[in-house]
Design a protein around this ligand. Structure first.
Ligand code: FES
Length: 255
């Protein structure tokens, strides 16, 4: 697995909505080879404090400009410190890490819940001439700032919220059977909460559509050394999400 560790300069940081931020850093060596679904491991300061090392999915990548974008929600001390980063600051950036998505779909359906929508931005862009459809869900309208981000890169956008404040009221997976009956999707790509992924995997299997899922697990090292990220595999073997994934075929996972 080709990966590198670089000192990355912050280009800019913007608030997307409430406690969600987009951080753009210059890391040309990583941007040149990153694939949708891979992640980077960031360290904010010269310290051994594990709270200051974090994995972030790559939300966007510009190989020509040599930049990477991560979209993150503030969830604790590490991400609070991250919000203080300004243009010109330097952070450690290791990547690209993990295995990315299969890109052979001709008729892709992307499904994302909450912050699981972040890695699917780069995936949607990768399909360019094969317009993707996206089904997205969140708790409420405030959480669903994603349609603007996906507007230029997905042909069709379907929205669900738990409270019905925007889009269909209910769970994301509720809309899936109808979409699969309406259109001949040849791949499903999903990222989000475990319960959503399980529902997507079961529905995809029922309709016979190959499905990949991107799993979110706590990761301490990001490179296969600490075993903090393992999940149960369908074969009985445990997978390391950081190196065997984070993207898996749905049938590889024990749900
Ligand atoms: Fe350490 Fe996966 S994060 S083994």
């Amino acid at each position: 697995m080709a990966k590198t560790c670089v000192k990355a300069q912050v280009i800019e940081q913007n608030t997307i909505a409430g406690d969600v931020f987009a951080l753009i850093v210059a890391a040309p060596e990583i941007a040149a080879i990153a694939r949708p679904g891979q992640f980077v491991h960031l360290r904010l300061a010269d310290t051994l404090d594990p709270l200051l090392r974090r994995p972030f999915s790559i939300a966007d990548c510009n190989a020509e400009q040599g930049t990477l974008t991560v979209i993150y929600r503030v969830v604790g001390r590490g991400t609070v410190l991250m919000t203080k980063l300004q243009a010109g600051d330097i952070i450690d950036c290791m990547g690209p890490l993990g295995k990315g998505f299969d890109l052979t779909a001709q008729r892709p359906l992307l499904i994302g819940g909450g912050m699981g929508l972040a890695p699917l931005v780069m995936l949607a862009k990768a399909f360019c001439s094969r317009p993707a459809t996206i089904l997205m869900g969140g708790r409420n309208e405030q959480e669903l700032f994603w349609p603007e981000i996906y507007a230029g890169v997905c042909q069709n956008i379907h929205i669900t919220t738990d409270d019905g404040s925007i889009g269909h009221r209910g769970f994301t997976v509720d809309l899936l059977p109808e979409l699969l009956k309406q259109d001949k999707f040849d791949r499903i790509y999903a990222c989000g909460p475990h319960a959503m992924l399980k529902g997507v995997a079961e529905t995809a299997a029922y309709y016979g559509v190959p499905c990949q899922v991107s799993l979110e697990e706590y990761m301490a090292c990001g490179v296969g050394a600490c075993l903090s990220c393992t999940c149960a595999g369908a074969s009985g073997k445990r997978h390391k999400v950081c190196t065997d994934g984070p993207v898996f075929w749905a049938e590889e996972v024990a749900w």
